[in-house]
Design a protein around this ligand. Structure first.
Ligand SMILES: [Zn+2]
Length: 258
């Protein structure tokens, strides 16, 4: 009996030690990344100095927890910066956030098709980013072209990488359905559904400035409206005050225009 107990204790100690070994400590933010981040990420630029320091820390924490890999390309510093920034932007209002449903991000050079092909002869290369299922469960795949476009165009209310990370936040309750039960307090769920359906109808009647793709499903509406909320917060607040308040509740933050 006592030997059995001792054995169990040893197994637990070994397992804990192994976990500790696997956990990579977050590295310090590389100095040479600072100007790149400031120049390319408007959300970061709009933060106070104190919050910028927190943002940089959160980026490094993300990079220590999620493996970022290039497929058919060599990752550059800016690739890593933009991916980590996209991950931190939507969760910045939560001081403790870990993407437990994500283990890796694969960066492809360009858009890809359903078979995840991006080579010259491949047909139907229209996908800019996705959160994987099946064999690719816990993986995100992004097109480098779309990643850069999301940060270079400051007026189009569109950011593919932020969109995909919002899907992951939506998925924390188990399903990606446009209803983030873990983020929105219970009493907001019905008003959120009503607001969402009203605006989806407007999109589908061509009477909204929210991107058409948001009218295809509740899931996509949540991600598309969130892109707009983070990319053009002032405009979004003016045009969609109720939606703005709801998303501010949901994300626990009110992004500012820089
Ligand atoms: Zn989507």
């Amino acid at each position: 009996m006592i030997y059995g107990f001792l054995f169990l204790v040893i197994v637990v100690i070994v397992l804990l030690g192994y976990q500790q070994l696997r956990k990579q400590p977050a590295q310090a933010f590389p100095q040479e990344w600072k100007p790149l981040l400031l120049k390319n990420v408007r959300f970061y630029e709009s933060l106070s100095e104190e919050n910028q320091a927190i943002f940089r820390k959160r980026m490094m924490l993300f990079l220590s927890e999620v493996r970022v890999e290039g497929v058919g390309l060599e990752l550059t510093d800016l690739d890593k910066i933009l991916i980590a920034a996209s991950a931190v932007i939507p969760v910045f209002g939560f001081s403790e956030w870990h993407y437990n449903n994500l283990s890796g991000v694969l960066l492809y050079p360009n858009h890809f098709n359903k078979e995840l092909e991006f080579h010259d002869e491949a047909q139907g290369k229209v996908i800019a980013g996705l959160v994987g299922t099946g064999r690719f469960e816990n993986q995100m795949i992004l097109s480098k072209k779309a990643l850069y476009h999301g940060f270079s165009n400051k007026t189009d209310k569109h950011n593919t990488a932020v969109h995909e990370f919002v899907h992951l936040m939506d998925k924390t309750d188990g399903i990606t359905d446009g209803i983030p039960e873990r983020l929105l307090e219970h009493q907001y769920i019905t008003p959120w559904l009503q607001l969402m359906h009203k605006e989806m109808e407007a999109i589908n009647k061509d009477q909204s400035d929210i991107r058409n793709y948001g009218g295809t499903s509740e899931t996509e509406f949540f991600a598309v409206a969130s892109e707009y909320f983070f990319e053009r917060p002032t405009l979004f607040k003016r045009k969609h005050p109720e939606l703005y308040n709801m998303l501010a509740q949901c994300f626990q933050q009110q992004p500012k225009a820089s």
